[in-house]
Design a protein around this ligand. Structure first.
Ligand code: AMP
Length: 190
């Protein structure tokens, strides 16, 4: 199986690039943010809970997120592999993911980390707010919170994969096509 963690701060292009990767490699795209948003739309209990954190730019608690992720993976027994987009976002999530994948006889192949500096991220999120309809893209305070949460809680997850020799940084500045090519090159090296 090819299991990729597509990593990067909010606005780095994870969603856009995931679409390219699933098409080329026939993977299942698993975006925890998308699953939460679908639950909010469907007015489920999970949606109500997730919304209370997402609207403030905070992380949904690990236990809730991990359980949701596990059941999403188990819903695709035929998968050739997964792109994890927006997960893991904490070291506890990374550890839980390792254990869970081991229990189903697979593992993470690589973490591809899209690198984009903060000024550019803010610009991108501002533009995305005009089209995404996402509450958390529209409010500067919420954006700042998401960037802070990324720096404090999520960025350390890189070390987790560095320690396993699975971390690859990819320049996230350039055209969408250029960045896709960089990702393809890294995957083809595996
Ligand atoms: P995203 O679509 O990846 O930008 O995620 C939007 C929001 O969903 C985040 O700001 C969090 O509130 C929540 N979220 C998504 N993925 C996770 C995760 N792995 N752990 C905790 N919260 C998450």
């Amino acid at each position: 199986m090819l299991n990729i963690v597509l990593f990067g701060p909010p606005g780095a292009g994870k969603g856009t690039q995931s679409e390219r990767l699933i098409e080329k490699y026939g993977l299942i795209h698993l975006s925890t943010g998308d699953v939460f948003r679908a639950n909010i739309k469907g007015e489920t209990e999970l949606g109500t809970l997730a919304k209370s954190f997402m609207d403030k730019g905070q992380l949904v608690p690990d236990e809730v997120t991990i359980n949701m992720l596990r059941s999403e993976v188990l819903n695709h027994p035929e998968a050739k592999g997964f792109i994890f987009d927006g997960f893991p976002r904490t070291n506890a999530q990374a550890e839980a993911l390792d254990l869970f994948l081991k229990s189903i006889d697979t593992k993470i192949s690589v973490m591809l980390a899209l690198e984009v500096e903060e000024v550019e991220l803010r610009e991108r999120l501002k533009k995305r707010a005009e089209v995404s309809g996402r509450v958390d893209d529209a409010n500067p305070e919420v954006i700042q919170n998401r960037i802070n949460v990324y720096n404090n809680e999520t960025a350390p997850v890189k070390t987790f994969y560095q320690n396993q020799g699975k971390f690859v940084a990819v320049n996230g500045i350039g055209s969408i096509d250029e960045i896709t090519q960089r990702l393809f090159e890294e995957i083809n090296k595996l």
